[in-house]
Structure formats: C-alpha cells, structure tokens
Design a protein around this ligand. Sequence first.
Ligand SMILES: [Zn+2]
Length: 449
Amino acid sequence: MKQVKQRTLLIYILLLLFLAGLVLYSVRYAVLSGRWASFPGNAGAFDDGVPVLGQIVDRNGEILFDAATGSYSDDGTLRRATLHAVGDTARNISTSALQNFEKQLLNYNPVTGINGGGGRVYLTLDSRLQTAAYEALDGAKGTIGVYNYQTGEILCMVSTPAFDPADPPEIADGDSRYDGVYLNRFLSSTFTPGSVFKVVTAAAALEKLEGVTDRTFRCTGSVDIDGDTITCPYVHGTMDFYEAMANSCNCVFAQLAVELGGETMEQYARAAGLLEGHTVSGIATAAGAYAVSTANSEVGWSGVGQYEDLVNPCTLMTMMGAIAGRGSAREPYLLEKVTSLGTDLTHATGSAGKMQLWTRDTCDTLAQMLRNNVTETYGQSRFDDLPVCAKSGTAEVGQGKAPHSWFAGFVDSDTLPLAFVALVENGGGGSAVAGSAAAQVLRTAAEIL
Ligand SMILES: [Zn+2]
C-alpha cells in the first residue's frame, strides 16, 4: 500500500509540473510571441532584417513601400521626400517606419500568427506635402515639419539631404553632400535656435516681469553687458514689447534675459518641453539644451538663442502648437492606423497625449506678438490670406559658416490648425530663406487640406 501511495503522489507532482509548464508557456506565448515573430531572424517574415510582409502608406493610402515586393513609390521625388519616414532596406535609418513599425507590418496576432498577409501601415503624412517640403528645401540641408495641433497628426516630416532608397548611392566617408544623411534632422538632431528662442524669453518676461508690455525700450544698435557687446544689425530706436519682437531686437531680449536670470530662463525652456527628449509613436526625439551661466553676458546671449542653447525641430514645432492651442496641444504622432491586408480588420493606434505650456494669457499675448511679426515684418502676402503667426531665427554657428535659417509658428485657425517648423542649415537669413520655404508648404497645405 505504501508503495502505491508514493507512486500516486509522484504522478500528482508530475501532473502539477506539467500543468504549471503549460500555463507558463501559454502566458509567455501570449506576451512574447509577437516579439518572436517580429524578431529579424524569423525567415518567414524578414529578408536580411527587412520585413517581407505589409505595406507602408501615407494618410490617403498612397503606397510608399510595399514589403512583399521590396518596392518603393514610382515617384522619385516622393521616394527622396519620405526616405527618413519610410527607411532604407540597408537599415541605416534607425528612426524609420521600417525599423520601428515592424510588428505592425507583420500584423502579427497570437491567434492567426503572421498569415494574414501583413498589415497596411498608415502614416499620418501627406505625400503632397512631403513633396512640397522636399522641393521647398531646394537641395539645401535641413528639415521641414508640419502637424495638426488639434489632433497631433504629423502631416509633413522631411529631412535633407536624402537619397533615392530604390537606388541607394555609394556614400564615401566625409562626402559633404551626404553629411548626416541617415539622421532624421526633424526627430534626431538639435541646432542653435537663434532668435526663435526669443519666444521663450518673451514668455518668461510676460509672466515674471510685471508691466513688461507697458515698457518702452530703446536700441542704439548695441549693448554692453559686463564687457561683452551684443549687437543688432542696425539701430532699432524706440519701441514697445511687441515691436521689440517684430524687430527681433537682440539688445532688448539680451537685457530681458539678464533681468530674468539664467535659472528662470532655464525653467521656461524646460516648461516648453525643449530640454527633454520625447517620443513620436514610440520613436525618440533628441533633447535640447540650455546651460545656466553665472556670467551676465552669457545669460544675455542665451536669451537671444545663442550661447549653448540647442533645440530639436520637432519639439520647437510642438511648442508652437501649444501656443496656438493657448496653453495646450496634442503631442505629435506618426502612426495613424494599421489595417490587415488579408482581412478588413482595422487596428487604431490612437492619438498621442497632450502637452501643457504656459498660461492661457501668456500664450494669447505670444500669439498676438507672433501674428504682429507677420503683418509688420515678414509680410502677409507670402501666406495669401492665412492667419500665420511666426518667428524667424538666424542662428550664428561660428567658424566662418553662414548662419542657420529658422522659421517656426502656426496658422491661427480652426479650419487649418497647423503648426510648423522650417530649418535650412547654413541657409542665411531666417525670414528670407526658411520663411519662404515654410510659406511654400503652407500655401500647398491650404490648397489640398
Ligand atoms: Zn535692436
């Protein structure tokens, strides 16, 4: 009898272990099988690390990449314009859809596996705006981004230089034509902001310096701050706070920054989200920088977007969207939805979170200032009848190089709620160069959206 009891116990133990193993396997299968299937070593789903199932399409369903045939769009300009968004088959562009939305391309699910024929991955981008932005950059290095600040959809995200992913060139080390070609400048780079950063200085001044909008300022063309001279391109004379912004007066904004102090300036740059990395549909963006200096002259330079200030174009665009939203805006996202190629199942990927900026009053005043910049300085006619609010920047980058040209802002309208950023590296004057590129893209947006 004793032996029988022992055997029964042993069988029970074995049975329990078997059941425990089965449970563990099922749990791991449910949790991890998607990752196993989308592991680039899975020969049924990948060829040399590139998915062989699914399609990448724009918001209107226009095919940008068909993974089953490994082919891109027939339109050569569109292929270059969407290189960084879609990716290359040599897997050099790490922030691309090909490398970040693999799971969605395979459209794996634990019941049907990857046999559904893959997924149609809809990006939020509009091919026509991509092409317009690529053409507006006109061979220069830089980036243009446009997004809907009420929904968060990124409608345009172009980075140059680019190449044709259907016919990738041999790129020799140090070939300046392809400088940083694998980087998506919009998401992954930071640049000296120059005068676009005056918007941050203005926000801090509006909230921390009571009565700043009632002050009268005077520019004599230069100001001495602790032995360092900060200059303007010419004498701006007497002006109020709005005119100081429209003139982009370095003397005024450098002195305001000194009055505010480096700590406060840092606090406002941080509140604008400029100092942190963010994610766009899971893809990381680069963090900007603001160094707090104890030297007044350096604080002065930081207030006009020089010194050690750095911003990421996507984050700057989001800040502009939040000013447009009078203190809050949707964060930008890139992955619109995934539909199954085999069935009609749609998997919504949802919008992003909300970002909060400075107070409604502050954003309202900033919006008026940015609108005044366009009507008084940049010229409304460039934007047809769009109520554009913007700030230009001409960022000195030293070493005898031409400055970076910036133009960032938003359309203050519920019918076309777009925020934008344009950057032309070493392009020269902000309003003239980046401003013209931005205007070209916005006019296209007004036509097609
Ligand atoms: Zn001035």
